[in-house]
Each structure stands twice: as C-alpha cells, then as structure tokens.
Design a protein around this ligand. Structure first.
Ligand code: G3H
Length: 342
C-alpha cells in the first residue's frame, strides 16, 4: 500500500494538471491563439539541423529518470493528458461506450484510491464523426470532451467544401475538439499560402471548438518542412499541432517532436500565444510517455504539462501505464491481457 507521504506527493504533483481547476485557470489562463498574418520571411528562415536534433534526442531517454511516487505522479499526469482513441473501420457504439467508461475511470478504483486520485480522468476521447453521438452520450456529466478526426482523415484528399462541411457537422454533433489533417502536397510543393488559407478555413469552421492540426510528419519529407508547416498552421490559428494520424508508416518520433516544440516556443516568444502539442501514433509504453513529458518540460516548461496544452494521441498507452501504477501500489505486475480494453 502507498504510504501517506507518498500519496500527498502524488496528489500535489498532479494537482496543477487539472483543467477544471478554476483557481489555477484564473491565475494562468491560456488565451486562444487567434493566428497572425502569414509571415513568409519567418517561414522561410525556419531550419532544422537533423544531426543536431538526432544527437539531442538520443540522450533524452537516459537523461531524466523519475522514481517511486514521482514516477507515479508523472504517470498519472500522462493519463490526464491522453486523448483515448479508437479510429477503426469496425468501431461500434458499444466499443465507444466501453472506451468512454474507461475514460471516466482510466485505472481500477482501488489503485486510484491508493494513489489518492479518485477523480483522475483522461484528457479526451477521440473518434470518427459517426461515433461522436454515442461518445457524447456516454461522457455526459464527466467534463471529458469528445474530439473528432475530420477533413477526410487520414489522407485529407476529399474536396475542400466537403472537408469544411465535415468539420461543421462534427461540431454540430457535439465534438468540442476537431483534429484536422493538412494537405501534405501543399507542404511538399512549397505552397505555404495554400496551406495557410486551408488551415484558416478549418479554424473558422470549428468556431468555438478547438482545432488540432495533424501534420502527418512521416509524409513531409524533411524536418525543415515539419518546422515550416508547424509555423504556418500556428499562424493560421491552430490551437494544437499534432504529429500524425497514427496511420502513416512513421508516426510520432522524438526528433519530429523536438522540431515542433521549438516552433511552438518560437511562436510563443514572438506572439505571446501558447499553442498545444499532441504527439500521436505508436506511443504505447509508459516509459515513452515519461520521455515525452520530460521533453515537454525541458523545451517548454511546466505550463505545457497540462491537458489544455498537451495530449498524447494513443489507443494502447493507457494499459501499460495502468500496469505500472498497479505495480507501484501493490509491488506486483499484472499481465497486460488484464487491461485489454486500454
Ligand atoms: O491520434 C491518435 C492515433 O491515431 C493513435 O495511434 P495509436 O493507435 O498508434 O496509438
């Protein structure tokens, strides 16, 4: 069983993560990024030195190691930042309802009680448009938002007016967050004005719903393109920039994350607006979630370690985190099949 002192440390470490904590919000609210004019000088100056980026990332997993109750606190923080996702062609209302039950109570109740975190939930549930309604119904009263992937996800190749209409339909159906995919060809052909105009239109169609721009970095060719696309999407008003759909052959990586986080930092330095970050695709181990949290803390600081500015897009990360927390509380590892839903 966790000692009281450990419980207190976990509770205070996780406290600042809560989006519904009004006192925290009043002191440090995040104004929504309105975007800026497209600044082509700024875009074209963006560079990324691949070997320097890779060298820095290679040292990351070993550089910071959090232990005992601090590790449990960081893992609980990671849970609060998960967009718990199902994006399969065979999704059904039943599967989505089960996922939403897991979102409300991401870890077994006795483990949460032992950690002193009975109210811990995930950041959001992320689904296709057709599954918004069952998700909204299943999450009613929980305060957990529904995020919908949109704009012809994952390829983003449907006609522009249909992509805009899809966003409008998803907002009408109750999605509070919209994950759009950008046109990769606009990046690959250097059509930065076209990318900016497209992103602007998507942001406008979202209205009050927050918009995450999925760059599909595994298809952008170079880290320089990743840096430039990140800046253009933020200039066009993205609330979050997100690495991947989870459907590309290469999804979230640390080098791509470093480049995107530095673009976010530069954008904040120049405009004063904080844009969120969502690595997505292939993140399934608790240890990896700690590395991403450490990278966020190193590059952007503590304020970015809350769910209004950081999410993991993940369909199978929660299960491994739950196993680690169970080990923290009981001293024994459970088999992964016991957490199949996560
Ligand atoms: O945005 C979320 C991703 O689609 C999830 O990818 P994953 O199934 O590899 O965790």
């Amino acid at each position: 069983m966790v000692k009281t002192a450990g419980k207190t440390a976990i509770r205070s470490a996780i406290q600042a993560a809560r989006p519904q904590d009004d006192a925290t919000r009043q002191h440090d609210d995040v104004a929504r990024n309105p975007g800026t004019a497209l600044d082509m000088d700024w875009v074209m100056r963006a560079r990324a030195n691949r070997s320097a980026v890779e060298r820095r990332c290679a040292t990351l997993p070993g550089r910071r190691s959090v232990k005992k109750e601090y590790q449990a606190a960081w893992l609980a923080r990671a849970i609060s930042c998960i967009d718990l996702t199902t994006l399969a062609g065979d999704d059904t209302p039943g599967r989505v309802q089960r996922l939403c039950a897991k979102a409300r109570q991401p870890v077994r109740a006795d483990i949460l009680d032992a950690l002193g975190l009975p109210d811990l939930t995930v950041g959001a549930v992320c689904v296709y448009h057709d599954m918004i309604e069952p998700a909204v119904a299943a999450l009613k009263g929980s305060g957990i938002p529904v995020a919908a992937v949109s704009t012809g996800f994952p390829a983003g190749l449907s006609p522009m007016h249909l992509r805009v209409a899809e966003i409008e339909e998803s907002v009408k159906a109750g999605a509070a967050e919209i994950d759009i995919v950008i046109s990769r060809r606009k990046v690959l052909t250097g059509d930065w004005q076209g990318l900016y105009d497209e992103m602007r239109a998507f942001r406008q169609a979202c209205g009050d719903a927050h918009v995450k721009a999925i760059l599909a970095t595994g298809e952008l060719g170079t880290l320089q393109n990743v840096a430039r696309a990140s800046l253009v999407c933020m200039m066009a008003g993205a609330d979050f920039i997100k690495t991947s759909t989870g459907k590309e052959s290469v999804n979230a990586t640390l080098p791509v994350s470093l480049v995107m986080l530095r673009a976010i930092r530069e954008y904040h330095d120049r405009t004063g607006y904080r844009v969120g970050y969502k690595p997505a695709g292939g993140i399934s181990k608790a240890k990896d979630s700690l590395t991403y949290l450490a990278l966020m803390k190193d590059e952007l600081g503590d304020r970015w370690l809350r769910p209004d500015l950081f999410r993991f897009g993940a369909s199978s990360l929660l299960g491994d985190i739950e196993r680690q927390l169970e080990h923290h509380v009981t001293g024994a590892y459970s088999a992964s099949w016991r957490h199949a839903l996560a």
